[in-house]
Design a protein around this ligand. Structure first.
Ligand SMILES: C[S@@+](CC[C@H](N)C(=O)[O-])C[C@H]1O[C@@H](n2cnc3c(N)ncnc32)[C@H](O)[C@@H]1O
Length: 269
């Protein structure tokens, strides 16, 4: 069994397509976050838990004379990312399969490390942050985006939406992970040795468009884990999934993604 088989959210090709939707929804706020850093055009960057590599490729355009490495423990997503980068003819990226809870496979040092929606899945995010500190060059920057699952909003009230938030949180906690890691990030980053820690909050939301599908597709992607953990029956899972798609299609219904914390820290020495 691969390490990624025990991951809360379904991976592989379907998982990759879910990440593509998330990347489109997150694109304005993630790009604004990335562009807020004074990144040199020849900077060397690491995208940790890069999934299908959406941000890896976005970063590669910001550092045209630099290089971006994407790492993820889901080998099937890494393969898709490699194929996509090759198909697009992007020369300054590479991808490798790597578990970020283990020692890095290389001694490479980076100017910029980016981590989106990964620390929430780790049992010991502090240990991972200490490794990222070691992987940065002095003067390098760490940038993290992660979730606060309690910070969802929808209108009108929806039992299916509430069920989604509750079941996702329960499933994550059952694995020893923190679905509400967002508010903890600044202190975790400080404790790992970083200075100049900054924090902000963004939250894509809307009454139309792809943002309204994120809850339903994420719910479908955790259904198998919830079933295996005995947290829900398959009939109930199907009913909630159908209700989430209906709620998304309902005229005027309003939904957000989780509240998202954008944090950064500097390795001074
Ligand atoms: C929610 S996805 C986010 C992917 C990507 N950062 C993005 O924002 O599009 C989380 C990713 O972290 C990866 N991941 C989770 N735990 C990991 C670990 N221990 N080592 C490496 N990758 C991990 C998963 O395979 C998945 O691709």
């Amino acid at each position: 069994m691969a390490l990624s088989d025990n991951y809360l959210i379904r991976g592989g090709i379907e998982g990759r397509e879910r990440l593509r939707s998330i990347a489109r929804v997150m694109s304005p706020t993630t790009l604004a976050f990335l562009e807020s850093f004074p990144l040199a055009p020849d900077a060397r960057c690491l995208d940790v838990g890069c999934g299908g590599g959406d941000v890896t490729l976005a970063l590669s355009r910001i550092v045209p004379r630099g290089h971006v490495t994407g790492v993820d423990f889901d080998g099937s997503k890494i393969l898709l990312a490699q194929q996509e980068a090759k198909g697009l003819g992007i020369p300054n990226v590479d991808f490798r399969t790597e578990d970020v809870t283990a020692q890095p496979q290389t001694d490479d040092r980076y100017d910029f490390i980016y981590v989106r929606f990964v620390l929430t899945h780790l049992r010991d995010p502090g240990a991972a942050l200490s490794r990222f500190f070691d992987q940065l060059k002095p003067g390098g920057t760490l940038a993290v985006e992660d979730i606060d699952f309690d910070g969802h909003v929808c209108y009108p009230p929806s039992a299916a939406f509430d069920k989604y938030v509750e079941l996702y949180s329960q499933s994550a906690r059952a694995r020893g992970c923190d679905p509400c890691i967002g508010p903890r990030l600044p202190s975790l980053i400080q404790s790992a040795g970083f200075s100049d820690v900054r924090v902000g909050i963004v939250q894509p939301a809307g009454i139309s468009g792809e943002v309204k599908l994120i809850a339903a597709i994420t719910f479908d992607a955790i259904a198998e884990s919830a079933l295996k953990s005995g947290l829900e029956t398959s009939d109930n899972l199907r009913a909630t999934s159908d209700a989430l798609y209906e709620f998304a299609q309902q005229q005027g219904s309003f939904m957000s993604v989780p509240r998202i914390f954008q944090c950064s820290g500097l390795r001074r020495q």
